[in-house]
Write a protein that binds this ligand. Structure first.
Ligand code: NDP
Length: 407
């Protein structure tokens, strides 16, 4: 019987636990562990009510590799699903190596004291995982995650060469709070305020954060939203693994209200990640801000509307220009009805479960450290349609693709 250990009992951990419990034939035994065990217990209660399945809970400090390794040995888990924070990636990979367990995460490693994320730290584990006969799957959320698989699937079925890629992430949802982030506020604000980078002719080009934007109309009546170009981690791995790629950009929608709040918080110093002394105690302003902002996990009950995330891809097939748009639309209220979370946690947690399923079923278990686009995409794409994230693919005319693509 397969045994999986989920680390992290936040918004995404809630979805992963529910979705794994819905597939007992794949995830025979589930342990959910996190820093605050009461959060694990609340999720376990909901899982029992909604699916009838019992899951085990535990306390763990994921910053301490030996603490997690001990838990892996105690539970006998074959696969660890890391949905804690990017800060814990390396210590959890160490724990997996120490206890002989496969590894999966949804966001690449980021040091706490520098707002910088890149794959080099995790790619450096390639040889150790390979030698140990263990597999690590990096970035199995939606973006990164599904967007990487969309690209690999497009290359397999629609193109001889991919030349351009625009990943467009629209959250057309709204909640009843004046300001909130839709996943962990600290990680979200670090990502959004970082300098933008996009890929152009073999190198990354920098521009100021959120300085390029334009409107984008989503299909199926989701609406028209202003999207902002920003750096996102899948650009790094896709530029490496798809060598014909000439131009790649990532876009995300933000409302004027969100950006106004963010600008004020930045101007007054609340998004700083260096320590300041307050009443004789050192605090990090962004960590304090996280403590007073709404918990994204609590937004589900009041969030309405839909997300629309997809890739505009152009290239050539049989010597001719071709363009496609492959995307998923996800409804916040339906997600809440199914698992008690809003669509951002849902669109991250479902691909984490599907990635874990590929690994446990043996399709994606090659020893080493892998990004999603390095595995065969077909079974994953099929599972998206069966487990809550159905996708569509439409062919675009050259004019439509160019209009959608760049500024
Ligand atoms: P939350 O902040 O809601 O949850 C994080 C959980 O991790 C919390 O339960 C927290 O515990 C726990 N945790 C943090 N540090 C430790 C530690 N040292 N030891 C044990 N547990 C710890 O985050 P989200 O659920 O919103 O996000 C989870 C992950 O998903 C993040 O890495 C995020 O970047 C990623 N993500 C990926 C996306 C994608 O599409 N690829 C999209 C959205 C998110 P406590 O409750 O005690 O604080």
């Amino acid at each position: 019987m397969n045994h999986v250990l989920i680390i992290g009992a936040g918004g995404v951990g809630n979805v992963v636990a529910h979705k794994c419990a819905m597939l007992p034939e794949v995830f025979g035994k589930i342990t959910l562990a996190s820093r605050t065990v009461s959060k694990c217990e609340a999720i376990a209660t909901s899982v029992k009510q909604r699916t009838g399945q019992s899951i085990t809970t535990a306390q763990v400090d994921a910053d301490q590799p030996e603490n997690t390794a001990e838990l892996i040995r105690k539970t006998g888990a074959q696969l660890l699903i890391n949905v804690a924070l990017p800060y814990q990636d390396l210590s959890l990979m160490e724990a997996c190596l120490s206890a002989g367990c496969h590894y999966l995460d949804t966001a690449n490693y980021e040091p706490k004291d520098v707002a910088k994320f890149e794959y080099s730290w995790q790619w450096a584990y390639q040889e150790r995982f390979e030698k140990a006969g263990l597999s690590a799957l990096l970035g199995s959320g939606f973006d990164p995650g599904v967007t990487n698989v969309f690209t690999a699937w497009a290359l397999k079925h629609h193109f001889d060469e991919i030349h351009t890629l625009d990943i467009i992430d629209v959250n057309g949802g709204s909640h009843d709070r004046p300001f909130a982030t839709n996943f962990n506020p600290e990680i979200n604000i670090r990502e959004v305020t970082a300098e933008c980078r996009h890929y152009e002719n073999g190198r990354f080009v920098q521009s100021p954060a959120l300085s390029h934007h334009r409107p984008f109309t989503c299909p199926d009546g989701v609406g028209t939203y202003e999207i902002y170009r920003m750096y996102h981690e899948e650009l790094e791995s896709l530029a490496k693994h798809i060598p014909t790629l000439r131009h790649a950009q990532f876009w995300m929608s933000f409302s004027p209200n969100y950006l106004n709040h963010l600008a004020v918080l930045g101007n007054v110093g609340m998004t700083r990640i260096d320590p300041v002394t307050f009443n004789g105690v050192e605090i990090i302003p962004l960590q304090f801000l996280k403590a007073v902002l709404p918990d994204p996990g609590d937004l589900g009950k009041s969030t309405k509307g839909r997300t629309c995330i997809g890739n505009v891809i152009t290239g050539i097939q049989h010597g001719r220009f071709k363009a496609i748009y492959v995307s998923n639309i996800c409804d916040h209220e339906s997600c809440f009805a199914e698992v008690g979370s809003q669509a951002i946690s849902y669109t991250t947690g479902v691909p984490a479960m599907i990635g874990a399923k590929q690994m446990l079923e043996g399709h994606w278990r090659k020893p080493g450290v892998w990004n999603m686009e390095q595995h065969d995409p077909d079974a994953f794409m099929n599972d998206l349609n069966h487990h809550g994230l159905p996708w569509t693919c439409v062919e675009l005319s050259a004019e439509a693709a160019i209009a959608l693509q760049v500024i």
